[in-house]
Design a protein. Structure first.
Length: 176
């Protein structure tokens, strides 16, 4: 009995990955919206007759805490989804799987953690540099964006910068 299965590995290109990211954004946005609404709701319940500095601190803390908690929950859930399911919902809906770059097996918890944290860090840097856009740092923003996305466009395995760091690839399986 022949148990060998021929599998052709196709590395997922830039366009499909963007579609998956948009789907993830749509799927995961309610969590951040809930965190934001929760923070605003707690702020609105604060006593308006308090000292101004204390009131300002009280309004900032619930918002910051709710944002941090929502971010941690989202990051941990993404790490676990990548480890156990092979991708986030957007990638899975598009038929993509995140695999180890060398063995094409499911990624380890460490690889998923490195991938998610490095990807999140990159987006935080993007947002920070975008905020500095009005202060003459546009070239830094554009340079980082170009470097990171050129990895995926011109790389033979279509790995982004964070894929290279975590030693992962995004593929879809096509049975032959």
């Amino acid at each position: 009995m022949n148990t060998e299965i021929n599998v052709k590995v196709n590395y997922v290109g830039f366009t499909r990955r963007i579609v998956a990211e948009i789907l993830d954004l749509i799927i995961f946005s309610p969590h951040f919206i809930f965190g934001f609404i929760y923070g605003v709701f707690i702020v609105s319940l604060q006593d308006q007759d308090s000292f101004q500095e204390l009131a300002q601190l009280a309004t900032e803390i619930p918002f910051i805490v709710s944002t941090v908690v929502a971010t941690l929950v989202l990051t941990i859930s993404k790490i676990l989804m990548v480890t156990k399911l092979g991708g986030n919902p957007g990638k899975l809906l598009c038929g993509m799987h995140i695999k180890d770059a060398n063995t094409f097996t499911n990624v380890t918890l460490m690889q998923a953690t490195i991938r998610c944290i490095s990807k999140g860090s990159i987006w935080i840097i993007f947002r920070f540099l975008l905020h500095l856009h009005y202060h003459g740092y546009t070239f830094l923003y554009l340079l980082i964006v170009l470097i990171l996305f050129l990895f995926a466009v011109f790389d033979q395995r279509k790995q982004t910068f964070y894929d290279k760091i975590a030693k992962t690839v995004v593929i879809d399986y096509k049975s032959s």
